[in-house]
Write a protein that binds this ligand. Structure first.
Ligand code: ZN
Length: 388
């Protein structure tokens, strides 16, 4: 093994600093030109030098997961450690997003919290495990995944690859709390259709934007009280949100179409099809009362289910034991946001989400992470693998 063993502390922060400086904006976001490939090369090189079995798993053109495995002689079970390599846009941070700055125990930069803190901590844990595998009872599979910030296609590809995994820890900023439940989502487009006309004589047309403006409050009234009343003890209520609207082509033309994109957050146990059926029923009611509204719902362009992992699962127990051993405490919680864990859980893998940093720092103009949490996470990931 060529990678020199360093104290966990300096290794975790050195890795994090390196990773933040590498652009890995998801191509879905503005400025996302390079994708995850440079981070993938860094991660693959690091894992190869630890002596792990490393392979690239193609997901999308030019975008591959890195899968690295620490094989333990005689072990029949495997624990998966996953963190994602992509980040959201640099937009709000500008080029400073790629210049990691360490100050007062925090490290600032795009991805410092989401998700390179978990990535660095997992690599550090792998290094410690590779240097001292004695006592490990399971194989350790590490997945550095692509596309978490958009459609989680990296995790989906891995989950469908048929790898045999007995429990997974998904690294995301959870403030070192053990997340056993979170929401899923289903996303789709809904459009109104009218008729174009010259705007000097708008009565000859049928304005699709006006239709949408009429439709939205009616659907909100029909759906939001129902969703708010439906709550899960750990993750709160189901929600929906219209996040994007497009319509029309020019100021002097009555618009023919208007389209919105909708993000419906699913509770654990709710299915995408049930959520869509509920929306369809609401649209149908609106149509009956306002036949002039010409509404169409598209098929969803993304969906993942929620997470609800039993507390007595082996991976939950291993992680909780590790938290208590390293930090003297362990807290089990649910969160409203979704993660790669949904994709693994859909494939029958028991999952927990756990990592350094606070999700309220993710995706912001001032993204940062507390360095001591990164170091603690590295120790906890290592210990959890040993407990599993
Ligand atoms: Zn993330």
């Amino acid at each position: 093994m060529e990678v020199a063993e360093r104290p966990i502390q300096s290794e975790a922060i050195r890795l994090l600093t390196d990773l933040v400086a590498i652009d890995s904006v998801n191509p879905y976001f503005p400025g996302g030109t390079r994708g995850e490939s440079d981070v993938a090369a860094y991660v693959a090189d690091y894992c190869s030098r630890l002596g792990l079995d490393v392979r690239q798993q193609p997901v999308l053109p030019g975008r591959s997961n890195v899968v690295a495995e620490l094989k333990v002689p005689g072990a029949s079970r495997a624990i998966l450690l996953d963190s994602h390599m992509d980040t959201v846009s640099l937009d709000q941070m500008g080029p400073d997003g790629l210049r990691p700055r360490s100050r007062n125990g925090t490290l600032t930069g795009r991805g410092s919290c989401d998700d390179k803190a978990s990535l660095a901590a997992m690599l550090t844990a792998l290094s410690a495990l590779a240097h001292d595998p004695a006592g490990l009872r399971c194989n350790v599979v590490f997945l550095a995944s692509v596309d978490e910030e958009y459609l989680m296609r990296g995790a989906e590809t891995f989950a469908r690859s048929g790898a045999t995994i007995d429990g997974a820890i998904v690294g995301e900023p959870t403030r070192l709390e053990v997340v056993v439940a979170h929401k899923g989502f289903v996303r789709w487009k809904m459009r109104t259709e009218g008729k174009s006309a010259h705007s000097s004589n708008p009565s000859l047309g049928d304005n699709a934007i006006y239709q949408m403006a009429e439709l939205i409050p009616l659907l909100r009234q029909a759906l939001e009280p129902r969703l708010a009343a439906r709550a899960h003890p750990l993750v709160g209520p189901a929600t929906w949100s219209i996040g994007k609207i497009t319509g029309g082509s020019s100021v002097n033309i009555v618009p023919e179409t208007c389209t919105v994109e909708i993000d419906r957050r699913l509770l654990p146990g709710e299915t995408a099809s049930a959520a869509l059926a509920e929306v369809d029923a609401a649209i149908e009611n609106v149509r009956r009362e306002r036949p002039h509204l010409n509404v169409r719902r598209d098929e969803p362009f993304g969906a993942v289910s929620g997470l609800d992992t039993p507390a007595d699962s082996a991976v939950v127990r291993a992680l909780e034991a590790a938290c208590r051993a390293i930090r003297g405490e362990s807290k089990r919680v649910g969160v409203p946001y979704g993660t790669n864990a949904s994709k693994f859980a859909d494939a029958g893998i028991r999952c927990v989400v756990f990592g350094p940093g606070d999700v309220s720092q993710a995706h912001t103009a001032d993204e940062f992470v507390a360095e001591d949490q990164v170091i603690a996470a590295a120790r906890i990931y290592e210990r959890a693998a040993r407990e599993f």
